[in-house]
Structure formats: C-alpha cells, structure tokens
Design a protein around this ligand. Sequence first.
Ligand code: TYD
Ligand code: MG
Length: 461
Amino acid sequence: MAKSKSTAFFCKECGYESSKWLGQCPACKEWNTMVEAPLAKKESSGRTALSGISGISGTLKMARPVKLEEVSLNDQDRISTGYKELDRVLGSGIVAGSLVLVGGDPGIGKSTLLLQVCRNLARDGHRVLYISGEESLKQIKMRASRIGEISGELYFLCETNLETIGECIRENKPEIVIIDSIQTMFCESGNSAPGSMSQVRESTNVLMQIAKGMGIAIFIVGHVTKEGVVAGPRMLEHMVDTVLYFEGERNASYRILRGVKNRFGSTNEIGVFEMAEHGLAEVLNPSEYLLSGRPEEASGAVVACSIEGTRPILLEVQALVTQTNFGMPRRTAAGTDYNRVNLLMAVLEKRCRYEMSRYDAYINIAGGVKMNEPALDLAIVLALVSSMKDRAVNPKTIIFGEVGLSGEVRAVSMAEQRVNEAIKLGFESCILPKVNLDKLKKYSEITLYGVSNVREAIALI
Ligand code: TYD
Ligand code: MG
C-alpha cells in the first residue's frame, strides 16, 4: 500500500521545500542544510489564518475591498516600553498586534531586557503576560528581585504547550505577551521535537495568528546558533514584523540592540544598554561610552563620527602599523569592513606615496561596535598615517569624510549633526570635507578645517 507522504525536506537556511533529500539547497546553494520535517497542513493553516482574525471573518468571506480612509488607525497607537533606546529601535514604541523577534546569543540578556520591559509596561498600567519555557517561577523571581520592584498587572506562566498558552491568552486578554523562548515551545499538531525547525515554524505561525487576530503585541525570544542566525530558520524572520538582535561581547558590559527588519520603522537604529548589578541600564549617550578610557596622546588613535540611523555617534578608530617581517603584509580590520581598509591603504600608497606594502596594518573600532559608514574613511586613513609616523593626532580633534579612489575627500550626509555632537562632547577642532564646510554655518565653539583631498588632511595633522 502506498504510504501517503506526510513529511518533506526543508532547507534550514532559507526554507526551500523539496520532496526528497538534497545535498545542496538549490535555492541558497548551502550544503548539508536539508532536514526532514512534517508537512504543514495546508488546508487548515489557510482557513485558520482568516477565521482567526476575530470579528472580520464575515467580511472577509465576501472579500470586499476597502479604501485606506476606511481603515482606522487607532489600533496602531504605539505603546512606550519605558526605554527610549528600545522605543527608537522599534520605531517609537510597540505596535498592537505586532510580532517582534528578539534574537541573540544565549546569556546576552534577552530575558533580562524583556522582564524589565514587562515591569515598565505593568507600571504604566498595561496588562502583560510573560511566558517562560526555560525558567521556573522561582528563577524568574530571583531575576526579578535583582531588577527591582514589580507592580501592576504582570502575570507569569511557565508553559511550553502552545495550545494551553493560546487558551490562557484568550482568557487572560493581555495587551503584551512575551514568549521566552520560541525554541522551547511546541504545538501538538506539529509532531516533532520542540526546537526542531518545523516546530519553531509552526509555533511562530500559531503566535502570529494570536497576535494578528487579537491585536496583542507578542515578543518572541529566539536563541542564535553558531552560524549566527536565529536557531534553525531564517524563515522566522519573514514571518514576524520586526527582528531585533541583541549583540555584544558576553564579557563586556555593553549591549547593542539592532533592528534588522522593521515593518513599522527604520532598521538603521541602534539602542545601547549596559548590563549592571541591577539588570540592564540604558546608555543614552553612546558617544561618551565609546570614547571613555581613550588614551590621550597615543599615535594611531583618532576620533571619528558615524551616523547610526538618525543619531551621530562618536567613536575611536585605532590603527597599528608596523614593519612587516614576511613578504606578505598582514592586514586585519575589527569592527569595520576589511576590504574598505585595503582600499584606503591602496589610496595612501598610490596617491600619497606611502609604501604601505612594507607594513602590517591592524584597524580596530574601540568598544566592540561594528560601523561601516563611508564617513569613517578619512579617520581610518589618518589613523594609519599617525601610527606609521608614530605621531599622535590632537585628541580634541574629530575627523569625518569619505575618501574616493583618487584620494579626494567627498562630502558626507548630516555634517551639521556630527559637528554638534562633537561640540557637545567638548571637541575643539574638526577635520571635514571642504564641500560640507562651505554649507555649514560659523561656529565659535569649534574650529572647522575643510579638506578636499587626503594630502591636505595629512598636512593638517
Ligand atoms: P539572560 O537575560 O538570562 O540572558 P538570555 O535570556 O539572553 O539567555 O542574562 C543572563 C546574564 O545577565 C547572566 O550572565 C547574568 C547577567 N545579569 C547581570 O549581570 N545582572 C543582572 O541584574 C541580571 C538580571 C543578569
Ligand atoms: Mg533567557
């Protein structure tokens, strides 16, 4: 008797579906990523998706198109998380009915962050439900006692069965739900182990229907695997509205929350937090933290200004240039683009006649952050030159500008914001593209030097 096919093979990376096992995924060309998983019940998922949207299932059956004016936006009102840093990354607060994925390495502080957010929301009079599949109520209480007092309508549930969770949500009617973590959840309908790809997919699907159907904002915690993707499926990313990654060195105290996808805001924004004795604290002025502990009068260190989203952030670019001992010079770039550094060194070699091929060069952005803005070019170039000549750049100078292949310094965006940030932090001079300087007003607090090519900038320092 022919067995009816109830499983298929899925690519762990991109979600490509195939009826037989393949060594290489035809869609994303990754090797060894196909895993067997039960097929989603197509018929039921299609129907529940519609009927799950309470109250409008009747209208949907008639399929009546509407004008945008008829759509009321009241439900879209944003709820503040109590943290400016997080609100900004979300695009000014939580949207009702949205599904937010918070990814990050284990132990980075996802549960702590969300528990603190729950505390803030409950304090502001919202009804919140925190569902943990990883920790017992005792463990949660221990963590809660570290982060301070909890009051208001904040409920906890230790549960991994999504059918039970769904019922509890329908009964409890919270405004915001936290699921910690998606890898521990399972639904009875998907018949494989929790944490497997099909379970994660199925569970997210169920949560999405709850979120959209009942207008509840749901935060899903997802652990990131070694490969740097939210465990198992990248396909989780396309199912949710917003994807945030919580990054940082586990042993450094600073954590950066980065928006990777956001249907309700910009993805360039970052939020900076610091892990302390009593949980996470916001770092409202990241420039100050990135520049703290800066060696004064050290060669090879310059301060640059990068724009992250709408915010100027000052940071320290460090270069170490040493004579190479082997035929092949070594180059590394931590926190910025390696190829860009190579390109800038080639510009120095060709346009300024520095023999860079005789030197090893190491570039580092201090503070463990990653920045890739072209406006850092000029700072990288000047840090390299400063280290090579072993001459320190004035520590009260900030530098920004994009460098072109013929050694010209090109204009960057938002020059005024960058200069203002420098003034705020007490810098006395600024080297910037001449084109930008011509458009800026006169400042009395800071001396501006406009340069039109790399040679002029080197002469200045
Ligand atoms: P946690 O939120 O459990 O991480 P995740 O949910 O991402 O796995 O964070 C755990 C780490 O945070 C742990 O190593 C201890 C540290 N921590 C503090 O330093 N201070 C605190 O007040 C708290 C609650 C945690
Ligand atoms: Mg956790």
